[in-house]
Design a binder for this molecule. Structure first.
Ligand SMILES: [Zn+2]
Length: 161
């Protein structure tokens, strides 16, 4: 992974922090074209009450609307946390390319267990169990630490605790 790609991942972590400020789960994602152009970015919006408002799902839909199949296949999705099975499926259905994540679903599951959060309603499967042909890179230790801190902040400030 080169410096430019690391910058995209850092932006994902910034977006995750923005999501957190607005009461959402701390996740953020960036969609980058084959030539390096940032096409779209989004963050988690589940505070709306819709638990499917994940940034990776939003970017898959954006790609389906705005990109040709060839452009999608050569694009990369950067994301602060590995895609959940719903978002992996959306990524696969619209034919997007590589995925680079800062922290893995396995890490998230461990962190949530440590924080005493009940298991999620959807199993945290690795991306490649859902879409085995997609090239996946991650986690990135330096950024995973930052993502871990955001999750700690989310659950520590949660009124359910
Ligand atoms: Zn998701």
């Amino acid at each position: 992974m080169n410096d430019t790609e690391l910058q995209h991942l850092r932006r994902c972590v910034e977006l995750a922090a923005e999501a957190l400020e607005l009461g959402n789960h701390p996740f953020g994602s960036v969609l980058v074209a084959a030539d390096g152009t940032v096409l779209a970015e989004d963050y988690n919006r589940v505070a709306s009450g819709d638990q499917t408002r994940h940034p990776e799902f939003a970017l898959a839909r954006w790609a389906a609307t705005n990109m040709t199949p060839e452009e999608r296949a050569t694009a990369t999705v950067f994301t602060s946390g590995e895609h959940c099975p719903m978002c992996s499926a959306a990524h696969g259905w619209v034919g997007l390319g590589r995925i680079v994540y800062a922290s893995s679903s396995e890490q998230l599951a461990t962190w949530l267990a440590e924080l005493g959060v009940p298991p999620l309603p959807v199993r945290p499967l690795p991306i490649q169990e859902v879409i085995p042909d997609v090239v996946v890179e991650g986690p990135v230790a330096e950024l995973a630490v930052q993502v871990h801190n955001l999750h700690r902040r989310f659950y520590r400030s949660s009124p359910t605790e």
